[in-house]
Design a binder for this molecule. Sequence first.
Ligand code: DHB
Ligand code: MG
Length: 217
Amino acid sequence: STPAAWSQADSYLADTLVGPDAELESALVAQREAGLPEIEVAPVAGKLLNLLVRISGARRVLEIGTLGGYSTIWLARAVGSEGRVVTIEAEAENAAVARASIDAAGVGDRVDIRIGRGAEVLPTLVGGFDLVFIDADKESNTVYLDWAARLGHSGTVVVLDNIGREGEIVRDDSTDSKVIGTRDGLRMLGEDPRFDATALQTVGAKGWDGFAIAVVV
Ligand code: DHB
Ligand code: MG
């Protein structure tokens, strides 16, 4: 199999199981028009986040790394009308794109966008989050995981994006800061007694990548 086949299969799965979605497609158009990088989660992965929120019954969700709000909309839909999503975005321009798309998707009243670096915003948050999605600068993964445990509780679900990095994660001599940050995050999930974790590789529209999924013990 080839990357083209993985991408075709991902499109087939998204067509079959996710379906057309005007609000999410508008969010992607807005994000592209604003020149944001095309690094949002794939549709099947956005749906996975949505299902994880619903399966776990999470009502208070924290996202680190809003980008254009695509994954935020998936999360916000899942928390229900009484739920809340706090999402942290370092770039004010990205946050403005996200704000408009989230509002247009009809879930704006559930979403609180905090503009700033994660390391600055996280200490200002009140805890009690039931699910944390970490999808920001990979170099800070261990900082974000520490805050996920501190702002969560026993049973909090933690999802860490981009753990595959095209297979580069096996390179213990890598000088790529994103690979080093990814390896550091995975090591922490394995060693830190606050977490019980696994990881799944994915191939698809996003290439060869994956998620780690953990529970706060
Ligand atoms: C990168 C970041 C992401 O969150 C992602 O999903 C893909 C790539 C990156 O910074 O390279
Ligand atoms: Mg990502």
